[in-house]
Design a protein around this ligand. Structure first.
Ligand code: IPT
Length: 978
């Protein structure tokens, strides 16, 4: 095995670190990296203008010569169209122990046409990266060019579907466009590299789950091209790819990286079923081509995506989407402990949870497979609320940051415990032992784990991490049956936090050469001292506090034993003046120490105590700018004399009155003037869908229409003998087609589910057949008007150009006659300069600004809800509403639509002109649509416009339309209007 003996570092000159890699390359063998002493993780990153090194060895990343376990969460800026709120999510992640955020950048979101790129407003990547630096969180940047991500075309712009060449290969046309994209992204990314002190980008991914052409030049040259391009653009941080299914694809050396193997990491993803036993995919795992990290023994275990939830498909009989509560239930907090701890126990030290905040696939962003909400069942929900899935993330994230022994672990001798699976690991330098104990059964297990002289309880389908022989500041933990969360030093004392389930009895044993002084400051605890061991027994309920002093050590140790619920109200923070630990509020956003004062910002939901441990001499505490009266507590903290107030009530207006209504689709009328529409007369296409013989190309993308609805008008002169018309069309899931002949509705056809044999799976094509009414089978001028609701382009997951499958009409024929039709086509107008290319389709109302807040609707007839209209076509409803949420409250608000599920209609929801998604009444499952603050004016007037498409087969709504509160907190970030 040709091992590089050089330090794998991101910057020239860093070989000074001298991290020689030794060893034979065998999968589980330990590589000595003697020059990286066990010590604190690097300080939280910032754009500090300094050069930094980013290297790695088999165990972990090594940043500025210190080991770093990357504990990352995925969010997509494009799924939260209000930049101020990015900061909210980033701060929540950082506070809950994530030290990195991984983001996709979606090409289609930034590019409406070749050569046109927009990185402003809700697309301001630079601003996102600045916020990440200000938050002190690393960024893993993943700009594709292909991303998948349940996004239209897998991230490919609509216009790319109409270009020559095969995407995701070394095809020169494709590469030309890719370079154009990377030029744009890298110009911004280059300013935010952690290596260069410009920001916090730590790692950069090229492509995603690229498993086609792996051994062919078309694939290898493509990857090599991407690698070279990114390097040439000055991106000097380690690069990697995300291998789907752990095939060992794109490991170091598998393609040409200009001899720079040392700056390329192997990454793989995993979305295991939550009902199965967690897989061993790391260095200590089963090995072989499906073994995950074992495919690349010299690089640290990197999982760029590990399922933290799952996307939910549309509802109805075939897809059976059940809503995101179900995703969250299947991958709950216990799932996270069980699966993520298993990953960690397998040597995965770079771990990203996809998704941590899922957000919203607003407008026409969603790939056909998903609906608007991309909540994902993630730890932070679509309404930006913390769920109890943050508990394990918080506990583990703080642990990995605060306990350096965990950054370098080897597999240690096997130990067993009845009823539990045990992974035993050890730090070769400090001797600390780590046990990940997992219960795969259906009953709670209490068992004996060697080295821990106390019963270890693990609930069914759960896990926990235990340590022995671990240094906690100046003392040493011999063992505990509680999971450690952090150890830090604050002022004159050291603090250690251990956690467990509420009500559990924990035993924590500390080495003490001499008899210590022990004070149970708060809670239900007992202690005993014998043979150099202090044994503390505590029943967990809130925060149990035990102060240990003396015993031969000058610095006292405050032992905090927290139950789960309490552990997520403990907020450690590193400041330049030292560590701070805050206890009480629902969220700590920032903590700044200057002189004797600590300034804190954060959120409360219920009234909360506030307590701060910090550097010596602290006397004053402010909370969200207000000074608090504080006292020194018996546990050495500053405690607020009064609890912080909780959040006040938020009242939302009913949306009953003020509605106006107007029907559109004039395009259906025979005399509608379509002379300024494009002629659909092309004969060739780059689409993968064949052009039917003797027909023009009717595919909307070929005429520059890529998003939402598209209209066709086919003119012909003789309908004699025409019995029926067949309209072949192709959309995504849930697509539909409505047709009129000479203004007479012919009917609505909806894309059937894939079980229907007439649908070619994946391409979503079907044919609508409508009778031609007898009275219209005449000579003379006729117009066939057709509205197609497209449901976006396929993702190109298999690199077969499936994003180029046609969308819109594909062929039109008559039975009993063969008239020649002359077609005109009309889709979306020029993209909204602020809201972007995916905000609108080609409905008449959209082309004429009916969705915009300032549209003059004064002459529209007034209407009352609920409605029960029965007609085929498009009707708009508009109303306004005022909100007056207190400026100190972060209220997250949603819009609910509800009706009898038998009614066949769908709604495009426009809030202040922004397309907040699509509701399909008889499909579901989504009824609540998140309205992001910034787009929503929480202190002002809002306009809601609903574009209703009804089949005409049933009465149609809207019926029940109302606002709902998704969550509220006192605090929040400052929100700028979008
Ligand atoms: C993996 C993709 O990398 C990611 O973009 C997203 O699509 C995710 O899945 C699912 O939400 S692909 C995989 C699980 C086959």
């Amino acid at each position: 095995m040709g091992l590089s003996r050089r330090t794998f570092s991101a910057l020239a000159g860093t070989t000074a670190l001298g991290l020689a890699l030794g060893g034979s390359g065998a999968a589980s063998c330990a590589y000595a990296a003697p020059t990286v002493p066990t010590g604190p993780a690097p300080a939280p990153p910032a754009a500090d203008g300094k050069r930094h090194t980013i290297g790695f060895d088999r165990y972990s990343l090594i940043v500025d010569g210190r080991r770093l376990v990357v504990w990352s969460g995925e969010m997509h800026p494009f799924r939260l169209p209000s930049p101020s709120l990015w900061r909210d999510v980033l701060q929540k992640m950082r506070a809950h122990g994530y030290n990195a955020v991984s983001i996709y950048v979606s090409w289609n979101y930034h590019s409406a046409a070749p050569g046109q790129y927009d990185f402003t407003g809700v697309r301001d990547l630079d601003l996102f990266l600045r916020m990440a630096s200000e938050t002190g969180i690393y960024v893993i940047l993943r700009p594709g060019p292909y991303i998948n991500a349940e996004i239209d075309g897998g991230g490919f712009p609509g216009w790319l579907t109409a270009t020559e060449g095969t995407a995701r290969t070394s095809d020169p046309t494709y590469l030309k466009y890719v370079d154009e994209w990377l030029d744009q992204v890298n110009a911004i990314a280059g300013r935010h590299l952690y290596s260069k002190g410009g920001g916090t980008i730590l790692l950069y991914q090229i492509e995603n789950e690229y498993d086609a052409h792996v051994t062919e030049p078309a694939g290898r040259d493509y990857m090599a091209h991407l690698y070279r391009k990114v390097r040439a653009d000055g991106i000097d941080v380690p690069l990697f790819h995300n291998d789907k299914g752990r095939n060992g694809y794109w490991i170091p050396g598998s393609f040409d990286t200009d001899g720079e193997q040392g700056r390329w990491l192997y990454g793989f993803d995993g979305y295991p079923s939550p009902t199965l036993t967690p897989p061993d995919w790391g260095h200590f795992g089963v090995g072989g081509t499906k073994g995950g990290a074992t495919a690349s023994p010299q690089t640290p275990g990197l999982v760029p995506e590990f399922g933290g939830g799952w996307f939910d498909p549309w509802g109805g009989v075939w897809f059976k989407g059940k809503g995101y509560a179900e995703s969250r239930r299947l991958r709950d907090a216990a799932y996270e402990r069980r699966f993520y701890l298993t990953n960690f126990a397998n040597g995965i030290t770079l771990h990203n949870v996809y998704m941590t905040f899922g957000g919203t696939s607003w407008g026409w962003l969603p790939a056909p497979v998903v609906y608007t909400s991309y909540d994902y069942g993630a730890a932070i929900d679509e309404g930006r609320q913390a769920t109890d899935k943050l508990v394990p993330m918080h506990q583990l994230g703080q642990l990995l940051y605060h306990v350096p022994d965990l950054a370098k672990l080897d597999r240690a001798e096997d130990v067993t415990a009845d009823g539990l699976k045990v992974y035993h690991l050890a730090n070769p330098d400090t001797g600390a032992q780590v046990y990940v104990v997992r219960n795969d059964g259906k009953q709670t297990v209490t068992s004996a784990v060697p080295g821990i002289d106390a019963p270890v309880t693990v609930p069914a389908q759960d896990a926990r991490l235990l340590v022995t022989g671990l240094k906690l500041g100046r003392r040493e933990l011999r063992y505990s049956n509680a999971q450690p969360m952090l150890a830090l030093s604050a002022g004159r004392q050291e603090i250690a936090v251990l956690t467990g389930r509420s009500g559990e009895t924990t035993v924590t044993a500390l080495e003490c050469a001499m008899r210590p002084t022990v004070t149970v400051v708060e809670g239900d605890a007992d202690w005993s001292y014998e043979d150099g061991l202090l044994r503390i027994e505590a029943q967990l309920d809130g925060l149990t506090r035990v102060l240990v002093s003396g015993g031969g050590v000058g610095t006292p140790l405050l032992l905090l034993l927290a139950d789960d619920e309490t552990s997520v109200r403990l907020w450690p923070r590193e400041t330049p003046s030292g560590s701070v630990l805050v206890y009480g509020p629902a969220l700590l956003r920032t903590a700044d120490v200057s002189g004797t004062a600590v300034r804190l910002t954060g959120d409360t939901v219920r009234a909360a105590e506030l307590e701060v441990w910090g550097p010596r001499g602290l006397r004053e505490v402010t909370w969200n700018g207000g000074e608090l009266k504080v006292r020194t507590s018996a546990s050495g903290s500053l405690r607020a004399a009064q609890p912080l107030p909780g959040v006040g009530t938020v009242t939302l207006p009913a949306l009953r009155g003020g509605w106006r209504r107007k029907t559109e689709n004039p395009e259906a009328a025979p005399d509608y003037d379509d002379s300024d529409w494009k002629l659909a007369d092309r004969t060739t296409t780059y689409s993968t869908t064949p052009v039917p013989d003797g027909q023009p190309v009717l595919f909307a993308d070929d005429y520059g229409f890529h998003y939402g609805d598209v209209w066709y008008r086919g003119h012909f002169t003789d309908a004699r003998g025409a019995e029926s018309v067949s309209l072949a069309y192709s959309t995504g899931t849930q697509g539909l087609l409505m047709a009129w002949l000479d203004g007479r509705p012919l009917g609505t056809h909806r894309m059937p589910v894939p079980g229907n044999s007439s649908v070619r799976q994946g391409s979503w094509a079907d044919t609508a057949v409508f009778d031609v009414p007898e009275e219209l089978r005449k000579d003379g001028a006729h117009v066939l008007s057709v509205l197609v609701r497209r449901m976006q382009h396929d993702q190109d997951g298999k690199a077969q150009d499936t994003h180029k499958v046609a969308r819109g009409l594909t062929a039109v024929t008559f039975a009993g006659a063969a008239p020649r039709l002359s077609w005109r086509i009309q889709g979306e107008a020029a993209p909204d300069p602020v809201r972007g290319p995916q905000n609108n389709g080609g409905l008449y109302g959209e082309r004429h600004g009916w969705h915009l807040p300032d549209h003059a609707d004064g002459d529209w007839p007034e209407a009352e809800l609920p409605r029960a209209d029965r007609q085929q076509g498009v009707t708009w409803y508009r109303t306004g509403f005022k909100l007056a949420v207190d400026s100190g409250i972060d209220a997250s608000i949603g819009l609910v639509l509800d009706d009898d599920p038998a009614r066949a209609y769908r709604v495009q929801i426009f809030l202040n002109g922004w397309n907040m998604g699509q509701y399909i009444n008889d499909v579901g499952p989504q009824h609540t649509f998140a309205l992001p603050n910034g787009i929503l004016r929480t202190r002002g007037t809002n306009t809601l416009a609903l574009a209703v498409l009804s089949d005409g087969t049933t009465p149609a709504g809207p019926s029940d339309v109302r606002l709902t509160l998704l969550g509220a907190a006192a605090g929040g970030v400052t929100v700028a209007d979008v």
